[in-house]
Design a protein around this ligand. Structure first.
Ligand code: HEC
Ligand code: HEC
Length: 210
């Protein structure tokens, strides 16, 4: 008996809902603009989400997820974009974005220890530290300096040359990985095929910031 009541209530609710939808559709084809942008936050994942999560679809996809998702669920969602759909984001960025989404759209609290840990992997700051070590460890600095030509071009000149190139990151990652010649002179740049995509990205990011 209880079940039947329940079902009836549900069916009514569905009908009301459908009726509302049917009535509302012609009037509201465009969504309210505020659902198409990311909710602001002071967390590092906010800027990352704006950059990386609007490449393929709008922020509506995030708004339309069920409320109350946990840190693990949001991180898995961001990770799915990375692994399944090939979103160009590093593991660290997945963590930081997951933390921002879980706090801003889900059930996580900004002061939770796991949220703090996931969030405090600011990719840009880390990239700088990593990049300096990578430059040292790979002898880049035996041929390059920041502000003057050695064997290879000054990194500042490289940054200037590619400043307006939307593909700069990919081009530099590829140049470092495969080496090259003829772009700056006759001396070739040796390949660094052993560097991981994350290493290449840190180096290219660092060089472009000079
Ligand atoms: C390389 C392209 C790409 C990028 C970048 C991307 N997504 Fe997606 N996203 C997809 C595709 C493809 C789908 C599923 C296809 C569809 O339903 O339209 C999807 C669907 C979603 C959904 C709906 C639920 C689901 O799992 O299908 C959410 C939420 C989502 N994305 C969040 C994100 C977040 C958060 C980011 C940033 C970390 C992001 N997306 C970046 C391609 C991308
Ligand atoms: C043996 C000397 C040498 C070493 C070691 C070296 N480079 Fe180079 N690099 C060069 C030369 C020479 C060029 C100019 C090549 C050309 O003209 O295309 C160059 C060019 C570059 C460019 C510009 C590429 C472009 O597409 O315009 C970048 C970025 C770069 N190097 C980064 C690095 C990094 C990062 C490392 C270490 C992982 C490194 N280089 C190690 C000699 C070197």
């Amino acid at each position: 008996m209880r079940l039947v009541k329940c079902m009836t209530a549900l069916l009514c609710a569905v009908q009301v809902c459908l009726a509302t939808l049917a009535g509302a559709t012609p009037l509201s084809i465009t969504l309210p603009p505020e659902t198409a942008v990311f909710k602001p936050s002071a967390m590092p994942g906010y800027a990352l989400a704006q950059q990386k999560c609007s490449i393929c679809h709008s922020a509506d996809y995030i708004n339309f997820q069920p409320p109350g998702m946990s840190l693990a669920q949001w991180t898995a969602e961001a990770g799915k974009m990375q692994h399944v759909y090939g979103a160009p984001i590093s593991d660290r960025e997945v963590s930081a974005i997951g933390a921002y989404l879980a706090v801003t759209y889900g059930s996580a609290k900004v002061n939770d220890a796991d949220v703090q840990a996931a969030s405090n992997a600011p990719a840009v700051a880390d990239a700088k530290v990593d990049a300096k070590a990578l430059l040292q460890n790979n002898a880049c600095l035996s041929c390059h300096a920041i502000d003057h030509k050695v064997v290879g071009p000054a990194y500042r000149d490289v940054a200037a040359k590619y400043a307006k190139d939307p593909q700069a990151m990919d081009r530099l990652m590829s140049s470092i990985q495969h080496g090259g010649s003829g772009k700056w002179g006759d001396v070739p740049m040796p390949p660094f095929a052993q560097l991981s995509p994350d290493d290449l990205k840190s180096l290219a990011t660092f060089i472009l910031q000079q």
